[in-house]
Design a protein around this ligand. Structure first.
Ligand code: TTP
Ligand code: MN
Ligand code: MN
Ligand code: MN
Length: 377
């Protein structure tokens, strides 16, 4: 029956817990200052500096008490001199002059706007900024040829910069699970990313797809996108095939965070509930104005994993990015193991360790299990 099919096809995450909203009540000043500096470092292409600020911010967020003075932070890890100076400044003056200067700099503002376009990374944005491009309007009249991703990014700029709500993610889930189940009955669709961690909004919706019979999942992304296209809800897609089977050696040990699953970065059309009952003539008229058309564009990531790698894929695609980074660091430095979204390799035993659940991966690493809602670092 369809109910059984549906249950089989879609595993809802077990918990739906509030996200990392701890800090507004536990810390009297906003932590956003450190996030701004992290972001600014990212926009400068300074990964190391960005991670340092992200760590500081995550540490402050994890404290279960209000901080009234930097002295209380003595002895805590992850807090560099620079971060302490910023915190001191905020405690003394209510704000950090460095952060305020960063926020108001034309470079930071332009880089934020330009990297806010789907398909535009730091390198491209930097090049454009150097040429004097600071806004979408300037980009549009610059004569630059945009690739298909960037064209879609510009076209749906407003929608894609509006956070996706949990309800919208649930609606997208229904669309995706219907498409997946119609092209491959028995396939399992799992919501991953920030929403699996209990976040109430996100910049996209991430799905991990697998099938209990290994091999059946091969080529699935293409079939799913064809189905979504036939239903008129596929606005943009870029599919990458699986390249892991070709050379798994080193993938488990690779330092890169990029995995090699079959996947699709897409933009889907989400028809808004209240709009469905509208007078068709009205709907037609609305479509001329992107602000009140009866649908919105949503970024969706589809990742297909063989069942034997599913636990690793789920752990990797649940995030957060900082949590994954810390876990991989722990694996290397404390256990001499290499963790990726595909596998766990034990460098001492010179063999791969298998796992059929996230719990087993934590156990292999000698770590206590952390549920998704505890991974919002
Ligand atoms: P994101 O969707 O970028 O981040 P998020 O879901 O945590 O937050 P939001 O979308 O609300 O901004 O990535 C989700 C996880 O997927 C993240 O932990 C990193 C992982 N990931 C990979 O493993 N490989 C990849 O190539 C990409 C792009 C992401
Ligand atoms: Mn996401
Ligand atoms: Mn993100
Ligand atoms: Mn994503």
């Amino acid at each position: 029956s369809s109910r059984v099919l549906k249950r089989q096809c879609f595993q809802r995450p077990a918990t739906r817990v509030r996200g990392a909203l701890l800090y507004p009540d536990t810390i009297p000043f906003s932590l956003i200052p450190l996030a701004v500096l992290a972001e600014s470092a990212e926009l400068n292409g300074d990964e190391g500096r960005a991670v340092a600020f992200r760590r500081s911010e995550a540490l402050l967020r994890s404290l279960d008490r209000r901080v009234q003075g930097v002295a209380e932070l003595r002895g805590l890890p992850c807090l560099g001199e620079h971060s302490r100076r910023v915190i001191q400044d905020v405690l003394d003056n209510g704000e950090s002059s460095e952060v305020e200067e960063t926020k108001s700099s034309s470079r930071y503002k332009a880089m934020k706007v330009l990297t806010g376009i789907f398909g535009v990374g730091v390198k491209t944005a930097k090049r454009w900024f150097t040429e004097g491009i600071c806004s979408l309007a300037q980009l549009e009249t610059s004569g630059h040829t945009l690739n298909p991703a960037q064209q879609a990014g510009l076209k749906y700029y407003a929608d894609l910069n509006q956070p996706v709500t949990r309800d919208e993610a649930d609606a997208i889930s229904v669309t995706v699970e219907e498409a997946v189940c119609s092209v491959l009955p028995g396939a399992q669709v799992t919501l991953a990313g920030g929403f699996r961690r209990g976040k109430t909004s996100g910049h996209d919706v991430d799905f991990l797809i697998t099938h209990p019979d290994e091999g059946k999942e091969e080529g699935l992304v293409h079939k799913v996108t064809a189905c979504l296209e036939s239903r008129g809800v596929l606005l943009y897609h870029q599919t990458t095939r699986n390249t892991y089977q070709e050379s798994p050696e080193g993938a488990g040990r690779s330092r890169s965070n990029m995995d090699r699953f079959e996947r699709c970065f897409s933009i889907l059309k989400l028809v808004q509930e209240q709009a469905k009952d509208q007078d068709p003539v009205q709907v037609e008229a609305d479509q001329t104005d992107s602000g009140c058309r009866p649908w919105r564009a949503v970024r969706v990531d589809l990742v297909v994993s063989p069942i034997s790698q599913f636990a690793f894929a789920l752990l990797g695609w649940t995030g957060s990015k900082l949590f994954e980074r810390e876990m991989r660091r722990w694996a290397v430095h404390e256990k001499s193991m290499s963790l990726s979204s595909h596998a766990l390799y034990d460098n001492n035993q010179k063999r791969y360790l298998t796992a059929s659940s996230e719990e087993e991966i934590f156990a292999h690493l000698g770590l206590e299990y952390v549920s998704p809602s505890g991974r919002n670092a």
